[in-house]
Design a protein around this ligand. Structure first.
Ligand code: NAD
Length: 430
């Protein structure tokens, strides 16, 4: 018998004020809007999502019982192009969170100046407790329930927490069956064999490496020998760590949900990856000291790269951090209340909407390649990613100098200015 209480959750209101993801995002939005002297009408438009969809998804379980899951899709803003944003399957999904993530996607696509708006989706479920068949039925039902808004020209999903290439393949197939022909460009993050892009898997970590290199260059700190601490050793964290080590940085600590590893002389990142592959988690790795997750972020280092969860840097621990540079690989790792503390300490923070934008940039490349039916080499992908990340970093830096603000507010200012400019040009349909 399925425990339905586990599955059917009301939208939760459990975030502390400083950790409510939508409010955290909006508190930065408000500062940027003020700097830009944003017109009051536009302010109202950009502070509200364009469309929020809630769907009930009946799914036949393997036991023969029926369960009904709740799914969301939020199109935050599509003035610059189709909605772009991942789909997460998780028990912690809430409409508030999906809305915040959709807004982040809007600003992120604008910061790197790619022709997408922002969207996000989620289904409240526990995929770890579901069979492959149940997951497939849930994915297909979710896709068909939001099919009117999906499409290469309207809204393009991608993987997010607990969704992957396989889920994208099911979405692409379901959408294509309804359209009566194959439409690869309806999702990104697909397997290479069915229209995925070379370099997509590494793209977010590679983008983090590029902005770390550019930050240190700007600050006059050598990358060679820079001590790096990486929280989260999944796709983003482990690839960023590996690429940073290749560039001469010394990765002194990494962690995952099982705990942290610390070696002040430097870890061999490839060796830790091999350990994780063999043992699932990093803990137990013999050539380092274990560190508890609560002590991890305050380890001595030059660069801290949070690449795991939201709200890990808060007003409670920000003062204790030792890093001079923070590169936000994760979405929303810093609560709004920590910003002022980090500013006061002189920490250079590269915000998520710039630092982890390498992923959506190569998703854009995937969409372009699918629509063209012509695929690029990995070198071409990496070279174009490099150009966009370096240009975007410099664009944000210029705005930060122009308005004398930190990189986060500069990134929001640049993004909101770009989205607002398109709204002004298009005018209002009323
Ligand atoms: P992932 O699932 O591959 O890795 C997450 C890692 O975080 C795992 O190693 C996990 O063990 C670790 N983790 C979980 N809880 C932890 C804890 N309490 N302490 C320390 N580590 C913990 O996910 P990912 O794709 O690498 O994504 C990481 C973050 O980056 C997320 O915030 C995601 O939204 C963001 N992001 C990812 C991409 C992408 O392309 N993958 C793009 C943009 C942003």
């Amino acid at each position: 018998m399925t425990d339905t209480k586990q599955i059917i959750l009301p939208d939760k209101d459990h975030f502390l004020a400083e950790e409510n993801p939508f409010e955290a995002m909006m508190s930065r939005f408000d500062i940027a809007a003020k700097l830009l002297e944003l017109d009051t009408g536009l302010y109202k438009v950009l502070r509200n999502p364009q469309m929020q969809i809630i769907v009930s998804l009946p799914v036949k379980l393997d036991s023969g019982e029926t369960e009904v899951y709740t799914g969301y899709r939020v199109l935050y803003n599509t003035s610059r192009g189709p909605g772009k944003g991942g789909i997460r399957f998780d028990m912690a999904v809430t409409l508030d969170e999906v809305r915040a993530l959709a807004a982040w996607m809007t600003w992120k696509c604008a910061v790197v100046n790619i022709p997408f708006g922002g969207s996000k989706g989620g289904v409240i479920c526990d995929p770890l407790k579901m069979s492959m068949g149940e997951l497939e039925r849930l994915t297909r039902r979710y896709t068909s329930s939001i099919i009117e808004i999906l499409g290469p020209d309207s809204d393009v999903p991608a993987p997010d927490v607990n969704t992957n290439e396989r889920v994208m393949a099911w979405i692409m197939d379901t959408y294509s069956m309804h359209k009566r022909h194959t439409v690869t460009s309806v999702v990104t993050g697909k397997p290479l064999e069915m229209g995925g892009s070379a370099g997509r898997r590494e793209a977010t970590g590679r983008g983090c490496m590029i902005v770390t290199r550019e930050s240190l260059k700007h600050l006059g700190m050598p990358l060679k020998g820079a001590r790096v601490v990486v929280q989260g050793f999944g796709n983003v964290g482990s690839i960023a760590a590996e690429l940073l080590q290749e560039q001469g940085a010394v990765v002194v600590a990494v962690s995952d949900v099982s705990g942290g590893l610390h070696n002040p002389k430097g870890l061999d990142v490839k060796d830790v990856i091999a350990w994780r592959e063999a043992h699932r988690y990093v803990s137990g790795y013999p050539k380092a000291d274990p560190v508890a997750n609560e002590d991890f972020l305050t380890l001595p280092c030059d660069v801290l790269l949070p690449a795991a969860l939201e709200n890990v840097i808060t007003a409670r621990n920000a003062a204790k951090l030792q890093a001079k540079v923070i590169i936000e690989g994760a979405n929303g790792p810093t609560a709004a209340a920590a910003d002022a503390i980090l500013d006061k300490k002189g920490v250079f923070v590269v915000p998520d909407i710039l630092a982890n934008a390498g992923g959506v940039t190569v998703s854009y490349f995937e969409w372009v390649q699918d629509r063209d039916g012509y695929f690029w080499t990995e070198e071409t992908v990496n070279q174009r990613l490099e150009e966009i990340m370096v240009r975007s970093f410099n664009n944000v830096l210029e705005v930060s100098k122009k308005y004398a603000v930190n990189m986060r507010i500069a990134a929001y200012t640049l993004a909101i200015d770009r989205v607002a400019a398109v709204h002004k040009m298009r005018g209002m349909y009323a």
